[in-house]
Design a protein around this ligand. Sequence first.
Ligand code: ADP
Ligand code: MG
Length: 225
Amino acid sequence: MGDLSVQRLTKTFSTEGGSLEILRDVELQMNRGDSLAITGPSGSGKSTLLYILGTLDRPTSGNVRIQGQDPFTLTPEPLALFRNRHVGFVFQDHHLLPQCNVLENVLIPALAGSGAGAVEEERARKLLDRVGMGSRLTHRPAQLSGGERQRVALCRALINQPLLLLADEPTGNLDQVTAESVGKLLLELNQELQTLLIVVTHSLDLAGKFPRRVELKQGALVERA
Ligand code: ADP
Ligand code: MG
C-alpha cells in the first residue's frame, strides 16, 4: 500500500434537485516524492477530490488511507490535528492574513501543534530563503506581488513538513511567466522535501511539467499520456 491509497472513492452531494454524483470510482496510489497533475473541465469534481484527500470533506463511500491510517475514522479534533500535521494546502487565492507579516503568516500552521518555537522559526526562514523571499520577512501581503504571495503561501503549506502537498489551481491568478516559476518551484520543493504533491490545474502548460498526469472524467481518474 502506498503512502496515499484511495480505493473505490465516491462522492455524492444531495441537493434540492436530487442527488449529484460527482466522484464515482476514484482509484489512486502514490508515494513520497511522487507528483501528480489532475486536469478536467470545470465542475468535474477536481476541488471536491482534493478537499477529500486533504480531509476537509468526507467521501460518501470508499477508502482513503494516508500512511496507512483512515483519517475519516477520527473525531473532529484529532482529525483537525491530523490535517494540520500531514496536509499542506495551496489555493488559487493565497489566503494570507493581511495583518500578519510574511514570517508570521508562514508560522501560523505551526502554532496549532506544540507551538511555534525557535525550531519552527528557523525552518520558516530557511523555506522563505529557498523561495527567494528571505529578505521580505517583515513585509505584509499587500506589499508583495501575486507571485511573491503564492511563494509565501507555499512556505506556509510546508512549515509542518506535511506528507501531502495539495494545490488547487495554484497559478490560476498569475501571469504566465510568474505561473511558470511557481509551478517549477512546486515540483522542485516536492523533490527536495519528498512530499507527495497533487496539483489541480486548468493549465496544460503546468500539467505538462508533471511526470504523471490524470484527467478527472465522469467521476474517475484516467491516466493521460
Ligand atoms: P471543479 O473543481 O472540477 O471545477 P468542483 O469539485 O468544485 O469542480 O465541483 C464539482 C461539482 O460538484 C459541481 O457541479 C459543483 O456544483 C458540485 N458541488 C460542489 N460542492 C457541492 C456541495 N457542497 N453541494 C452540492 N454540490 C456541490
Ligand atoms: Mg475547482
